[in-house]
Design a protein around this ligand. Structure first.
Ligand code: AMP
Ligand code: FES
Ligand code: ZN
Ligand code: ZN
Length: 302
């Protein structure tokens, strides 16, 4: 192994995208500096902003939360308890313990409490439970941000997530997604401002930071979702990266710089629905009552 670029001691990691050999200590400070620079570069939020981090119990969102708090941001967390037996139970425990050691506030939103049922009950009724679950999570994350008076909602999406989702959107020419795929989206139509501060970090870098900060996280993914399509694009991106190192970062960053502004200009023409406000819950939706209010009603009538 080479020597650390900063202190010339033995390096413990090599970061290919930046051609950087670093020791443990300087890797951690590189990670936090690069996070701060990403937040500034994309003008994600100010130092004074009230920030809510969506934490799942996985490595990405816990790393994001920890690094932000170390950088001095006042960031609290929100966890959506999906009611998926052991998986949600263990994730919830990990997130609650983590919040206690960080000394930050954590909001737990339980589907059982808010909807009357969890994802397993939804699975028994519809094959589309997995994509519905994604929409339910987004709904309650927006809802919690507003209810608890936060200004920005953050998620732990990383470079691998963003590049593979971008590849999927390009393959399908999903212009309505391409026109909104950016690391920061301002508040609009009742939605809070959203940001993805880990968008320039690879899954590997995040995992290595978690290791060095001794962060305990849930390694298993959801037992109910197959994620087959998502994995195909992720594997394709990994193959491209292996054959042509640097492709992942270039594909994503060049998209943001050169292609996004073009798609963004046209995005309104490609939206399927105009947004309205749900008359029952007050959240932005494509119909009123919104899908959550209708789900609640169906469940009560069942
Ligand atoms: P995923 O789609 O599972 O890769 O998750 C992407 C991001 O969504 C995570 O990094 C979290 O920020 C957020 N997230 C996923 N699941 C939950 C959950 N149950 N509660 C709160 N946030 C979540
Ligand atoms: Fe939603 Fe698994 S996390 S179905
Ligand atoms: Zn060093
Ligand atoms: Zn509603």
């Amino acid at each position: 192994m080479a020597r650390c670029r900063i202190c010339r001691q033995k390096a413990s990691i090599f970061i290919p995208h930046h051609r950087l050999p670093l020791c443990d200590e300087h890797f951690v400070s590189w990670f936090e500096n690069y996070l701060r620079r990403t937040i500034q570069k994309f003008r994600m939020f100010s130092r004074e902003a009230r920030i809510l981090v969506a934490v799942s119990g996985g490595k990405d969102s816990l790393v994001l939360w920890k690094a932000l708090v170390k950088l001095g941001y006042a960031a609290d967390g929100v966890f959506i308890d999906l009611g998926i037996e052991d998986f949600s139970f263990l994730s919830r425990r990990v997130v609650e313990d983590f919040a206690a050691t960080l000394g930050r506030k954590l909001y737990v939103v339980s589907l059982q409490k808010e909807l009357g049922f969890g994802i397993p009950a939804l699975k028994r009724r519809t094959k589309k439970y997995c994509s519905l679950c994604g929409s339910i999570k987004r709904y309650f994350l927006n809802w919690a941000t507003r209810k608890f008076h936060y200004e920005v909602l953050l998620t732990g999406h990383n470079l691998d997530d963003e590049a593979s989702a971008l590849l999927g959107n390009v393959i399908n020419w999903s212009i309505k997604y391409l026109g909104r795929k950016y690391p920061v989206l301002p508040a609009h139509s009742g939605f809070p401002q959203k940001a993805k501060p880990l968008c320039r970090f690879t899954s590997f870098e995040i995992q290595e930071y978690a290791k060095r900060q001794k962060i305990k996280y849930i390694k298993e993914s959801c037992p109910l979702s197959s994620e087959a399509k998502r994995l195909v694009f992720a594997e394709m991106m990994d193959q491209l990266e292996e054959q042509m190192p640097g492709t992942k970062l270039r594909f994503y960053l060049d998209y943001l710089r050169r292609a996004f502004p073009i798609f963004q200009e046209k995005v309104e023409d490609f939206l399927d629905h105009k947004l309205v406000t749900c008359a029952r819950c007050g959240e932005p939706a494509i119909s009123s009552p919104c899908f959550i209010c209708r789900l609640k009603e169906e469940y009560q009538g069942a």
